[in-house]
Design a protein around this ligand. Structure first.
Ligand code: NAD
Length: 483
C-alpha cells in the first residue's frame, strides 16, 4: 500500500484575494503574450520536469483520493500530460508562425495572414476524475498560446488539488498561472470574473451553468462534457480482443472515465459469447473470485459516498426491474467498492439507460440489424466516444457515416484520446470545442486576420463612391457571376 500524506493542506482564498489575483493576471497578460516560442517552450519544460520529479507524489495523491492504482496514474495522468507537453514543444514554433493565405483577384495587390494570439486571461475548471491530466493538458495548450491562467481543480480530489497547486507554484509566478482550490462557491465566484476564455471539463449539467456565466462577459468557452459512450460489437468482431479492451477501459479509474464504454450494443448471435469473454477477462485482470477481486490493487474506489450510492442505485434499479447480473454485482459501501459488473436483459425503463454510469457497471443490449443499432445511437444525445468492434470495413464505414459524436475508435478503446494529433472533444451534449495538440493551442488562441494593402493603385479604387461608374458596373457584373 502506498504512503500518503495524512490530509492535504487546502489553501482557500477569499473572494477578495481571488479578485486581486485575477486583476494581477489581467495587468500582466500583455507581458506574457509578448513571450516568444523559446520562452514558452522553457516554461513547458519546467512543467514537464516538475511532473517527472513529482511522479511518486502524484501516485500517492491519487491513491489517497480514490485508491487509483499507481500504474494507471502513470498511464492516464503523468504520461498523457508529458507527451502533450513534448508535442507542443516540438510544434510550437510552427503553430506560432503567422500563416500566409491567398487573396482573390479583386483584392490583387494586397496580402493576408492569420496570426494566432493569446486570448488573454483564461479559466480552467477541472473535474476530480483525472485531476492532473484534465487540468494540465489544457494548461499546456494555454501556456503554449501565451495566456495567463487560473486553474480551479475539483474539491472531490483534494490531495491531487493541493499537489497541483504546489507543482504549478514551483513552475509559474501567480501573476501568470495560479491554482485556486475550492468548491462550487469558489467556481461560481471565478465565473463572475471577466475571463477571456473558460475551459471547463465536467458534467453536462454544470457545463450549461458555465456557458450561461460565460455569456455575461461573452467569454469564449471550451466544454469537455460527459454522456453515454456506446460500444458496437458485430457478429464478425474478434470477441476476445473486444472483451479485453472493453473490460480494461471500463474498469480504468473505477469506471469513472468520460470515455469509458458506457454500454454495449452487441449482435444477438454473439451476445452470450461476449458475456463469457468479458467475465474471463475480468477474472484474468482482477482475480478469479469476488473476494480476490475485492483485494485487487488494480481497482480504484468510487470517489465519494454520494457517487458510490448513485452507481449502486443504478444497479439496484436495473436488477429491480428484471435485469440480470451476468457477472459481478457485489459491493461494499464502507470502502466504496463496487465489483466490475456485467448486466444483461435490462428493461428499457431502467435508469441505467438514461444517465452516464461513471462506475463499474456495463449493461449489454442485443441488436439484430445494423439499422436498429444506428437508430438506437442516433435517438440519444451525441456521445463523446464511440467504439466499434468489427472485421467488416464496409460495416465500419457505414456506421461512422451514419452516426455523429466526438471521437470514434475501431477495434480498440481510448486510442482517440492518447494521440495528440487528433482533436479531442464532443458535440453538443458531450461538449463544445476541442482539446489536445494543435486543436488545444487553437482553442486558447484568437485567430487574428491581418490584411495589408501594398499597391499604389489599389483595385478597391473601383468601388469608391459616387457609385455607378461604367467600370464599377462592369466589375460588379463580372464578380457576381465569376468570383
Ligand atoms: P462536475 O461537473 O460535478 O464538476 C466539475 C467542476 O465544476 C469541479 O471543479 C466543480 O467544483 C465545478 N462545479 C460543480 N458544480 C458547479 C456549479 N454549480 N457551478 C460552477 N462550478 C461547478 O463534474 P465531476 O463530477 O468533477 O466530473 C465528472 C463528469 O465530468 C462526468 O460527467 C464526466 O463524463 C465528465 N468528464 C468529461 C471529460 C471530457 O474530457 N469530456 C473528462 C472527464 C470528465
Amino acid at each position: 500500500m502506498m504512503e500518503v500524506a495524512a490530509s492535504p493542506t487546502q489553501s482557500v482564498l477569499t473572494p477578495d484575494q481571488i479578485s486581486k489575483l485575477f486583476y494581477r493576471q489581467q495587468a500582466h497578460q500583455y507581458e506574457v503574450a509578448r513571450s516568444n516560442a523559446r520562452a514558452r517552450k522553457a516554461k513547458l519544460w519546467r512543467l514537464h520536469d516538475a511532473l517527472v520529479r513529482h511522479r511518486e507524489d502524484i501516485r500517492a495523491a491519487l491513491w489517497a483520493d480514490f485508491k487509483k492504482p499507481a500504474h494507471e496514474v502513470d498511464i492516464s495522468e503523468t504520461i498523457c500530460v508529458n507527451s502533450e507537453i513534448r508535442h507542443a514543444i516540438r510544434h510550437l514554433s510552427s503553430w506560432l508562425t503567422p500563416r500566409r493565405v491567398g487573396v482573390r483577384l479583386p483584392l490583387l495587390g494586397s496580402s493576408a495572414q492569420i496570426r494566432y494570439e493569446p486570448k488573454g486571461v483564461c479559466l480552467i475548471i477541472g473535474p476530480w476524475n483525472f485531476p492532473f491530466n484534465l487540468n494540465l493538458i489544457p494548461l499546456a495548450s494555454a501556456v503554449a498560446a501565451g495566456n495567463c491562467v487560473v486553474i480551479k481543480p475539483s474539491e472531490h480530489a483534494p490531495h491531487s488539488a493541493a499537489l497541483l497547486r504546489q507543482i504549478v507554484g514551483e513552475c509559474f509566478a501567480p501573476e501568470e498561472v495560479a491554482v485556486v482550490e475550492g468548491d462550487v462557491d469558489v467556481a461560481q465566484y471565478l465565473l463572475s470574473l471577466p475571463f477571456n476564455h473558460i475551459f471547463f471539463t465536467g458534467s453536462t449539467g454544470v457545463g450549461k451553468i458555465v456557458m450561461q456565466a460565460a455569456a455575461q462577459h461573452l467569454a469564449s468557452v471550451t466544454l469537455e462534457l460527459g454522456g453515454k459512450s456506446p460500444v458496437l460489437v458485430d457478429e464478425t468482431a474478434d470477441l476476445d480482443r473486444a472483451a479485453s479492451r472493453i473490460m480494461w477501459i471500463k474498469c480504468l479509474n473505477g469506471g469513472q472515465t468520460c470515455i469509458a464504454p458506457d454500454y454495449v450494443l452487441v449482435h444477438e448471435s454473439v451476445h452470450d459469447a461476449l458475456v463469457q469473454k468479458l467475465q474471463a477477462w475480468a477474472e484474468r485482470y482482477y482475480g478469479l473470485t469476488p473476494a480476490a477481486r475485492r483485494q485487487s490493487p488494480d481497482l480504484s474506489r468510487m470517489v465519494h459516498d454520494r457517487h458510490f450510492q448513485s452507481v449502486k442505485n443504478l444497479l439496484d434499479d436495473a436488477v429491480g426491474r428484471g435485469g440480470r447480473v451476468a457477472f459481478g454485482g457485489q459491493s461494499d459501501a464502507a470502502t466504496r467498492y463496487l465489483e466490475p459488473t456485467v448486466l444483461t436483459d435490462v428493461p428499457e425503463d431502467a435508469r441505467i439507460w438514461e444517465q452516464e454510469i461513471f462506475g463499474y457497471l456495463l449493461p449489454l443490449r442485443r441488436y439484430t440489424t445494423t439499422e436498429e443499432a444506428i437508430g438506437y445511437i442516433n435517438a440519444r444525445p451525441q456521445p463523446l466516444s464511440f467504439y466499434i468492434f468489427s472485421r467488416r470495413e464496409s460495416y465500419i464505414e457505414k456506421v461512422i457515416r451514419e452516426t455523429r459524436g466526438g471521437g470514434v475508435c475501431i477495434n480498440e478503446c481510448a486510442l482517440q484520446f492518447f494521440n495528440p494529433n487528433l482533436p479531442f472533444g464532443g458535440q453538443n451534449a458531450s461538449g463544445i470545442g476541442k482539446s489536445h495538440g494543435e486543436s488545444g493551442f487553437l482553442e486558447f488562441s484568437n485567430a487574428r486576420s491581418v490584411a495589408r494593402q501594398h499597391s499604389p493603385f489599389p483595385s478597391t479604387n473601383i468601388f469608391l463612391p459616387p457609385y455607378g461608374s461604367r467600370l464599377m458596373n462592369l466589375a460588379l457584373n463580372w464578380m457576381i457571376r465569376w468570383l
